[in-house]
Design a protein around this ligand. Structure first.
Ligand code: SF4
Length: 438
């Protein structure tokens, strides 16, 4: 008789990059015969993959560790917050192990110590594409780790180190496995997708019968051959992005760019030490739209950064009106422990931050609503995320899962998750579209 499989309860917090780390750890554990359980209670060990990006994220991570300690007591902590173990040890001296981000092997050996694997060599426990925490029809594809930029409000490079790009051949093999497993949409992620391959000087690697350079354009072109929806996240407005926009215009990858602009005023961008802060971004956006008129751009912004003046906010708002971005998120600046921006003079008072945030959101809402309304009357391909008896929920090529809007699709036949259907768009509201399957 085989010993029962040890059970692991897993909490995954933070961004898609942390989610990919969780998937890798779980894949290894499943390969070694561990079972996943949704309950801390009764699990042999609990793993908490933490986020340490903002102080509020750290508080959420500490709360998750506290719950796991109370309900189970055998807890391993990993992820971004694990890079600063003192904070965790101070509050929870009895956690079994603390490891930093991407330290998959250390997490797995801590699990071995807490609950040794019950190995069964006759069972193939892991599907070839690994274990995914996303729905079956889409998957995040992480192309690099770390970041070589030094934005003044960010501690990611401190936590995750400088940029390390995965060889293009490895990324493409993973993408192919995902496609074979039924994934229909790939979401390409990293901390700085446009910098992909800089660290290895675009070194070529073998893919099928040819060599492919570890470079943003070359990878995008090859991914575009797989017959999937390929969506690019965390791109910066560098000139070499232009050639990737041509792939979008040719329909090889989705006409979608996620660019975290964070601000528009040159002085704020400079204080933020943002990559590409000297680029003339409006000109760049106009150029991209002349290559690919259908391009959707999503972005995030920060208002209330130290030293931001009323003139900077006016600049930002008129930039926003002219840039006509499809989807936008906005945050009020929050200091992050250990970030150089904390030393900057002239912090913005909380009431001013709040007021600027409202002004920003109102301005953008008008832009978004207009852009969404322009889609009414068109027939667009929509990928179904959630089936429903009469109305399913899906997304157009212009919307990423979790962060952007959705399309509510009325249909006479039941639609399946992952199916791509043509939908006649009949109506729009502030964020979403409504239509009928054709
Ligand atoms: S690009 Fe800037 S904000 Fe993004 S991870 Fe790198 S340093 Fe942080």
């Amino acid at each position: 008789m085989n010993a029962p499989a040890p059970k692991v309860s897993f909490v995954s917090l933070g961004c898609p990059k942390a989610l990919v780390d969780s998937e890798r750890i779980i894949t290894q554990l499943r390969a070694q015969g561990y079972e996943l359980t949704r309950e801390h209670d009764g699990a042999d060990v609990v793993i908490v993959n933490t986020c340490g990006f903002l102080d509020s994220a750290k508080a959420e991570s500490l709360e998750a560790i506290g719950e796991a300690m109370a309900e189970n007591g055998k807890v391993i902590v990993t992820g971004c917050m694990g890079a600063e173990p003192e904070q965790i040890r101070h509050k929870f001296p009895n956690v079994l192990a603390i490891t930093g981000p991407q330290q998959y092997e250390t997490v797995v050996s801590a699990v071995h110590q807490a609950a040794p694997p019950a190995h069964d060599p006759y069972l193939d426990l892991v599907p070839p594409q690994g274990v995914k925490l996303t729905p079956r029809h889409y998957a995040y594809l992480k192309i690099s780790e770390g970041c070589s930029n030094r934005c003044s409000f960010c501690i990611i490079p401190k936590l995750r180190g400088d940029l390390v790009s995965r060889p293009a051949g490895d990324v493409l093999r993973e993408a192919e496995k995902l496609a074979k497993a039924g994934v229909k949409e790939l979401l390409v992620i990293s901390q700085d997708t446009s910098a992909y391959g800089l660290d290895v000087r675009y070194k070529p690697s073998l893919w099928k019968d040819r060599e492919v350079r570890t470079r943003f354009f070359d990878l995008a072109r090859e991914l575009g051959e797989l017959g999937l929806w390929v969506r690019m996240h965390y791109v910066y407005p560098y000139p070499h992005v232009d050639e990737v926009i041509s792939l979008m215009a040719e329909g090889r990858i989705l006409p979608y760019l996620d660019i975290p602009f964070q601000h528009a005023s040159p002085s704020v961008l400079k204080a933020m030490r943002r990559p590409a802060h000297q680029e003339k971004t409006l000109e760049r956006i106009h150029k991209w739209r002349s290559i690919c008129p259908d391009l959707a751009i999503r972005s995030t912004f920060i208002v209330g950064f130290p030293g931001e003046t009323e003139a900077d906010v006016d600049f930002l708002l008129s930039w926003l009106k002219e840039a006509r971005l499809d989807r936008v998120g906005c945050f009020q600046y929050e200091p992050v422990q250990g970030a150089p921006a904390n030393e900057l003079a002239a912090p913005v008072p909380p009431e001013a931050k709040e007021e600027r945030w409202h002004r920003f959101m109102q301005t953008q809402q008008k832009v978004s609503a207009k852009l969404l309304k322009a889609k009414v009357g068109r027939t667009l391909p929509v990928i179904i995320d959630e089936p429903g008896a009469t109305v399913a929920t899906g997304r157009t090529q212009y919307d990423a899962p979790e962060i952007d809007g959705v399309v509510y699709v009325a249909s006479r036949r039941p639609l399946k998750a992952g199916e791509i259907v043509d939908v006649a768009i009949e109506r729009s509201d502030a964020y979403d579209l409504h239509g009928s399957a054709v």
